[in-house]
Design a protein around this ligand. Structure first.
Ligand SMILES: [Zn+2]
Length: 439
């Protein structure tokens, strides 16, 4: 009897979740599937106190929200993913909303709240990680010696994703996150089709990856270059702004006011998509002190210039030189990294182009040529596809665009030693010629 009454109370709670005095309303629930986690975002009318606990047999997660009620019903979600089976709600007592997540398998939940930012209000984020996949800064490998011969790895980062749509076009309401992923996939296709090159897609679906995790992932896979793909936006009367821009990290200060603005806009992604619980500031402080950063930034600017040359072939350029500012996503200490604003999504004509497959392919082609151009000029140590061993001697086959000084620098050999070993009268190189690389 007592049990029946309890069930009845619960049922009443379910039927009329609106209780007097509850101050926070849960307005919506959104869900995104990433390869190693499922993210749930509750949109709230105000700041929320909550508790989360896990239960076994069957696996489920309970979230109690104080002083909260559900507005209407939860939207239909797609439960075909590997972790979540169902979401149920009920009112506990007068002013508590209970949400139960029925799981398909055990997960490690991570929860945090986000304050309003831009068009977004208060949010409660619950990430369901597969056990043992939570990464921390210490999980990033130290600089290890790379295997002698391997493919060059191109990390391709599609900007934004999941609950962070990025900029939104005014004419067609195009979301930046969809455009960036489409271009990223085209670029990955080109990279994977090239000999001795391999693409690493930082995200390959509609979910958010925090900015710090993006470059950590690139480092984990020993990426040789990192390309973050975006679409630009300027508000209001600046809607005629057009063309591509390329950005690199600056150690201090921004090279222009616009560079600072763009950096602030792109860094805000973490305010929309969520913050890592890792103490990233500590790591970044250390990273920024790293001497290798200076060399990496110089390489990043070179990579950016190579991209601009190629981008200029297919469309207008917004800023002629590589701009520098404090982009969180570009802070890998040892991977040359650029952020490419491919075109202005806030410009109706460019928004239309960004939506078209043919322009996406053109952009990907330009970025690919830019990467190739850069990797020819500055082949990363011990990744050179042309570095063939012949009877124990290292040999390098001259590529178009190579200079004697560039090859010497890449292999850590004095230019004169290289010239002497190959009996070269001057610095003129013939494409296809094999050069002996002295120890
Ligand atoms: Zn962006």
């Amino acid at each position: 009897m007592k049990q029946a009454r309890l069930a009845l109370l619960l049922l009443v709670g379910l039927i009329s979740p609106i209780s007097e005095g509850a101050s926070v309303t849960v307005q919506n629930l959104r869900m995104w599937e990433a390869p190693d986690n499922t993210r749930l975002v509750f949109d709230l009318s105000g700041p929320l106190e909550h508790r989360l606990f896990t239960l076994r047999e069957p696996d489920r997660i309970v979230i109690d929200m104080d002083n909260a009620r559900l507005l209407g019903t939860l939207p239909d979600l797609d439960f075909s993913g590997p972790r979540l089976a169902a979401v149920r709600t009920g009112s506990q007592g007068d002013q508590q909303l209970r949400v139960v997540l029925d799981l398909k398998r055990a997960t490690r939940p991570r929860t945090f709240v986000l304050k309003p930012y831009g068009q977004y209000g208060h949010r409660l984020v619950i990430d369901l990680y597969d056990p043992d996949t939570i990464t921390s800064p210490s999980a990033a490998p130290a600089l290890t010696s790379r295997p002698k011969r391997r493919d060059m790895v191109v990390a391709i980062d599609a900007g934004h994703g999941g609950e962070d749509p990025g900029a939104i076009g005014r004419r067609y309401r195009t979301k930046e996150k969809h455009v960036t992923l489409a271009i990223a996939r085209e670029l990955a296709r080109l990279v994977d089709a090239a000999p001795n090159m391999r693409a690493l897609l930082i995200r390959d679906g509609d979910y958010y990856v925090d900015l710090h995790e993006r470059f950590v992932k690139a480092r984990r896979h020993e990426a040789d270059v990192f390309i973050s793909i975006h679409a630009d936006a300027l508000p209001g009367r600046s809607s005629s702004a057009r063309g591509a821009s390329v950005y690199a990290l600056s150690e201090r200060g921004a090279s222009s006011v616009l560079a600072r603005m763009v950096a602030d806009k792109e860094n805000a992604s973490d305010l929309i998509g969520g913050v890592s619980l890792n103490d990233k500031d500590d790591l970044l402080a250390k990273v920024l002190l790293d001497l290798s950063q200076t060399a990496t930034i110089s390489s990043s600017v070179t990579l950016g210039s190579d991209m601009l040359v190629e981008l200029a072939r297919i469309g207008p350029i917004h800023l002629e030189s590589v701009q520098q500012a404090g982009f969180a996503v570009l802070k890998a200490p040892d991977v040359p990294s650029v952020l490419v604003e491919t075109a202005f999504i806030s410009n109706a004509a460019e928004e239309k182009r960004l939506r078209s497959k043919s322009f996406q392919q053109k952009l990907a082609g330009a970025l690919f040529s830019g990467v190739q151009r850069y990797l020819r000029r500055r082949p990363p140590p011990s990744t050179k596809p042309q570095d063939v061993a012949e009877g124990g001697t290292r040999v390098y086959v001259v590529q178009p665009g190579d200079t004697l000084a560039g090859i010497a620098r890449a292999y850590g050999i004095h230019e004169d030693a290289l010239r002497f070993a190959n009996d070269l009268p001057d610095s003129v190189l013939q494409v296809g010629r094999k050069l002996v690389l002295p120890r």
